[in-house]
Ligand binder design. Sequence first.
Ligand SMILES: NC(=O)c1ccc[n+]([C@@H]2O[C@H](COP(=O)([O-])OP(=O)(O)OC[C@H]3O[C@@H](n4cnc5c(N)ncnc54)[C@H](OP(=O)(O)O)[C@@H]3O)[C@@H](O)[C@H]2O)c1
Length: 368
Amino acid sequence: MAEKVRVGIIGAGRWADLVLAPGVQAHPQADLVAVCRRTKGSAEEFAAKFGATQVFTDYRDLVRLDGLDAVVVATPNATHYETCLAAFEQGLHVFCEKPIAMTTAQAKELWLAADAAGVKNMVSFTARFLPHARYVKRLLDRHWCGRLFHFNLNKQAGYGGIDTPFKWRWDREQAGGGVLADLGSHGLDLARWLVGDIKRVCATLPTFIRERPDVRTGELREVNVDDAAAILVEFENGVQGVLHISWVAHKGRTQTVELCGEDGALIFDSNPEGWEMGLRGSRRGDEKRVELPVPPELWEGIDDSTPERGFRSFIEDYPGPTRRFLDVILGDEPSAPSFYDGMKAQELIEAAQISDRERRWVELPLAG
Ligand SMILES: NC(=O)c1ccc[n+]([C@@H]2O[C@H](COP(=O)([O-])OP(=O)(O)OC[C@H]3O[C@@H](n4cnc5c(N)ncnc54)[C@H](OP(=O)(O)O)[C@@H]3O)[C@@H](O)[C@H]2O)c1
């Protein structure tokens, strides 16, 4: 490989603009060389903004670019499978947005393709990179809570409210699911990462807003995905889990995660602005919960002096997902979260969808 990792971005929308491209650009040993999106003019604008010289409107051309080392895939969910598969076939390292596919079978195929290609592969489970989550993981690994009883996650987002128009996220064909696939994939991955594998799932996935005006034409379109997900899970180690995730929570931008065990409890949450996080805990014998400051080394340069600054800093100053991906390519670290984790999250999404449809508990792993 050349001295610098040469990266192409496929899908240059809101998230790529806000987080992924700045993450690549800020890395001292990476160059963003190519951009692909369907609209040529927008691709050219995006490329100019981030210093890329090559522009494509078809991902099949981008993945064949001479000298390319890696791709970041940030298109709508339905295209992840074919795009990642094409990249693995070219021997490229792949970072993909969540969820990585539309079905568990596709996700499994991608995981096996990554393995066969022998390349680095990462999934954008952003929640794993928050300093508080990483400290909780460290405390749990040191048995801070003792034998665990409960994992509770409550994520209330507001960007799917009544006034939000119909875009690809509200179309099952393009998104593979609603808030379950979108935010639920983060929550389910966080559950697996902190607690362990899940053996049974029971879910209800209501759609509250059944029609939305199309973002371009204004015509009413039928919504065929979930607006909220209430999920009960049983982990293989016996822990009981409850996840409630919504995108129709008015002005919602909060997440609370609580873990309770025989010897202690931990709770980490964001304030209503969505960034400033707190971590509190208590152990057997304590009178009340106390603040648990995250050790400085886990902040890795994030400046959270204000919520706005904290969010931008998480994107710009922190070795978050994209920058970690580049470090993994340059170093010896294994890929994490990998396409295996992406496949496990996909299986949980699919299990929840089956449970909702058939009104029953669903056992894992899924057959087939
Ligand atoms: N990890 C996280 O926390 C997080 C947060 C937000 C989003 N995401 C994920 O990021 C992905 C993109 O979300 P977004 O909000 O950025 O969506 P978005 O703003 O709608 O952007 C989608 C981009 O994909 C391009 N595109 C669509 N179909 C394409 C195709 N067939 N080939 C090449 N480019 C194509 C679009 O190009 P045109 O506009 O030219 O059509 C646009 O640039 C989704 O998978 C989402 O789940 C993850």
